[in-house]
Design a protein around this ligand. Structure first.
Ligand code: ZN
Length: 198
């Protein structure tokens, strides 16, 4: 029998279900919450409940929002004929720091058979539905340059090839400051394929 009260065991168990949190980290987080004056269980619990109960996905782009439609989709000054397809809501935040003025589509993941992620687990149908009336002229696929991201990009190409005039993929390759020695094979392949004149 464990020396720890079952409530503590339960909290440790719940933390362990999160990605990247092993049993040791789960224990540390649990006891931290009990001790800390800054991180309170009430604060964490409350914001998690709000997250679940009040947040919605935008009816158009699937971005997290408090309304039916997010502020980006509701903005008529943006170019609604260009959709930038991303994996996660945080990618939208990153692209909003660039001068991109089109709209987005958040897939909420990438195709990954190993993790049980097929097209039905992603917001893929919603993307196809947005492209049926002919108003979308360009899809820019901005999934990450890894195996899953590439597979997702070619799936989108296959699904939308006939419906959208132009389907593009972000140019990518070695990031500034990268060390070729440590770059993986996909990155190097992309860097070679995307080579340009100097
Ligand atoms: Zn939206």
């Amino acid at each position: 029998m464990s020396l720890l009260p079952p409530q503590i065991q339960k909290t440790i168990e719940e933390f362990s279900k999160l990605p990247g949190i092993g049993p040791k980290s789960a224990e540390r987080l649990t006891f931290h919450l009990l001790r800390s004056s800054k991180a309170s269980p009430e604060g964490l619990g409350g914001s998690l409940m709000t997250l679940k109960n009040e947040l919605k996905y935008c009816k158009d782009c699937q971005m997290v929002t408090l309304q039916e439609q997010c502020s980006l989709c509701a903005d008529s000054s943006r170019d609604h004929s260009t959709i930038l397809v991303v994996e996660n809501p945080l990618d939208v935040v990153a692209f909003e720091k660039t001068s991109f003025k089109g709209v987005y589509h958040v897939l909420h993941g990438v195709l990954s058979p190993i993790d049980g992620m097929g097209p039905e687990q992603l917001k893929m149908k919603e993307l196809v539905d947005r492209c049926t009336d002919g108003t979308v002229t360009e899809i820019i696929v901005a999934t990450n340059p890894d195996i899953e991201g590439e597979a997702t990009a070619s799936y989108i190409q296959k699904q939308l090839g006939g419906a959208v005039e132009k389907i593009t993929r972000l140019a990518h390759g070695l990031p500034m400051g990268a060390d070729i020695e440590f770059a993986d094979q996909v990155t190097l392949k992309e860097a070679l394929a995307g080579r340009r004149d100097v």
